[in-house]
Design a protein around this ligand. Structure first.
Ligand SMILES: [Zn+2]
Length: 572
């Protein structure tokens, strides 16, 4: 078995192949499980899992910090082709062995529940269908990835074009938005066909697994044991009642301030102050040092965690050539350290990303004390709560954005940054409701759901219900094809409501902090320490929040957001 004293050094681990892991897995497979040795067996499983997981994540990070690093790319590809499938198959065997043993271990209830659900869904005949589904997703990504346009003599991506929506000149915004929309509409038939292919595949997958429909299959696959589709319908209604009127008021004010007759989609993101955009930091060193000061003010422990990452080279925050896009927080399970990756270019979004990923990294730090990987690994910490950890950190750092506290902005600019954040968050709920309601409708009415024309009609109906404030006159085709422009809806079905629920949890943590900051942070930390050892409602409860779907909780949250926006706007 793995001897803790001879644990490999990191440099050595990076050269490991399946031959190095295999003997450990084989030994675990052979062992006779009893109530006496189960804890040791689980601990040994964790020891080998953490090594493989760290290797996987280290190689992933190496390829994203330098996409042209051929050595790392080769190691990563070899890992994916050789080690990864064998590792996953061995993991599956151990899960089955544990389930078959019928043994129970305290703190392992949730992990066992999830394993049982996965095992119950598993069907050999679905494997080739899932491969097909993945292939389809790759093709779908390719179609979206190729959606570039010529803008001011340069080729621009969708993301770059969306950034133009913040341009103060309306005509510039309109023409950029229109140009992108026309480009996206050119793929309409292709995406229609992909949708039909997905639909047929998913129906089969659900049938093979003995599920009545794809939603029931997906619910179990996503380990949603603590809320039902009915709860989601309730959540949509609550958003309609509690959030949509507040957004209507804010958007109406926006329309008046902009001095336009009809509010268009391309009017939604422009800063209303008329001031130049925020420039929070001089360079990434400055970004990190100010973040350290801010985290320290939220809780000295967070400051220490962040400084540890900084001093150990676990922050790669700058944007540069040959770096992958986006931002993420990755956990290295063996060395028990998180790593934050970002592409900062001196915007407020970079600050928000760092606060957000910071929250994820603190979650990892707090949960490292748990003995078994199943209690802290990504697959067992529910997304609905993992995003509370990150989104709540965006709120908890709110009060410290000002430079007089070590942060990034003058008081007026800090207020502007907060207004932007709150407005985007408030407007997120209605959009999330459209996304979620659309998918419930599609998969529960499969004969209609497979028909792209019906999908267009449904999306249009939901737009009118949840975002009545956007004037789409003359752009009806763009409006009704909104379902084609969100990749989640195609590649990770039903995965989106998580963010809406987490946002509501994070807002409750913020509310608590306004009353008693110390207590709110303590509760937040104690919830992070639980990893994935308790149910979703219990995680929320530990954080001082409630997993809720009702309009009372949403009203309270959206009223606070709207009130704060109004107050802050008076200060600049
Ligand atoms: Zn996140």
């Amino acid at each position: 078995m793995i001897d803790l004293n001879t644990h490999p050094k990191l440099e050595e681990l990076l050269t490991w192949g399946w031959v190095d892991f295999e003997p450990f897995y084989k030994e675990l497979e052979k062992e006779q499980l009893t109530s006496l040795n189960i804890k040791d067996w689980l601990a040994n499983w964790t020891a080998i899992f953490d090594l493989a997981d760290e290797l996987y994540n280290r190689l992933y990070v190496a390829t994203s910090v330098n996409t042209t690093d051929q050595e790392s790319t080769k190691l990563f590809d070899t890992f994916m082709e050789d080690t990864f499938p064998k590792w996953k198959a061995s993991e599956q065997k151990l899960k089955e062995k544990l389930l078959a043993s019928g043994l129970r271990v305290a703190g392992f209830e949730i992990a066992l529940r999830n394993m049982r659900a996965d095992a119950d869904l598993f069907r050999e005949e679905n494997l080739p269908l899932q491969v097909k589904e993945e292939k389809l997703s790759k093709e779908h990504d390719k179609v979206l990835g190729a959606q570039t346009v010529e803008w001011q003599d340069e080729e621009k991506t969708v993301l770059q074009m969306e950034a133009v929506l913040r341009n103060p000149d309306r005509e510039t915004r309109r023409s950029a938005w229109e140009k992108l929309a026309i480009r996206q509409l050119a793929d309409r038939q292709t995406i229609n066909q992909q949708w039909k292919d997905y639909f047929a595949l998913r129906k089969l997958i659900a049938q093979n697994a003995g599920k009545s429909d794809f939603r029931a299959y997906r619910w179990q696959q996503l380990n949603r044991f603590d809320y039902t589709p009915e709860d989601c319908y309730g959540f949509h209604k609550a958003i309609e009642q509690a959030v949509v009127p507040a957004v209507n008021r804010l958007v109406e004010r926006r329309r008046k301030k902009l001095g336009v007759k009809e509010l268009r989609y391309y009017d939604l993101y422009v800063d209303l102050s008329g001031k130049p955009s925020l420039k929070p930091f001089a360079d990434v060193r400055d970004l990190a040092e100010k973040a350290s000061a801010i985290f320290n003010l939220v809780d000295p422990a967070f400051g220490r965690y962040f400084d540890t990452m900084d001093s150990e080279g676990l922050l790669d925050l700058g944007n540069r050539k040959n770096k992958a896009t986006g931002g993420y927080c990755m956990t290295f399970s063996y060395t028990q350290r998180p790593f934050i990756f970002a592409n900062a270019v001196d915007t407020h979004q970079d600050v928000l990303t760092l606060m957000h990923e910071g929250g994820h990294s603190f979650h990892a730090f707090e949960a490292f004390h748990l003995p078994y990987h199943q209690q802290r690994s990504e697959s067992n910490v529910p997304m609905e709560f993992a995003e509370v950890a990150s989104m709540a950190m965006e709120y908890l750092t709110f009060p410290y954005l000002e430079d007089k506290l070590g942060g990034y902005y003058s008081a007026a600019d800090a207020a502007r940054a907060r207004v932007d954040h709150l407005e985007l968050n408030l407007r997120f709920w209605p959009y999330m409701a459209i996304m979620d309601a659309f998918q419930h409708w599609a998969y529960q009415n499969p004969n209609e759901g497979i028909d792209p024309d019906r999908c267009d009609a449904k999306w249009a109906e939901l737009e009118t219900r949840f975002r009545p404030y956007i004037d789409w006159t003359g752009y009806e085709d763009v409006m009704m094809t909104g379902w084609q422009r969100k990749d989640h809806l195609h590649t990770v079905p039903f995965y989106y409501v998580e963010y809406g629920l987490a946002l509501l949890g994070a807002t409750q943590v913020w509310m608590n902090a306004l009353k008693d900051k110390k207590k709110a942070v303590e509760q937040y930390r104690s919830a992070l320490r639980l990893g994935g050892t308790v149910s979703l409602p219990e995680l929320f409860k530990a954080a001082g929040a409630r997993l809720s779907f009702d309009s009372a909780t949403l009203s309270e949250a959206s009223e606070l957001m709207e009130r704060t926006i109004n107050q802050l706007e008076e200060s600049y």
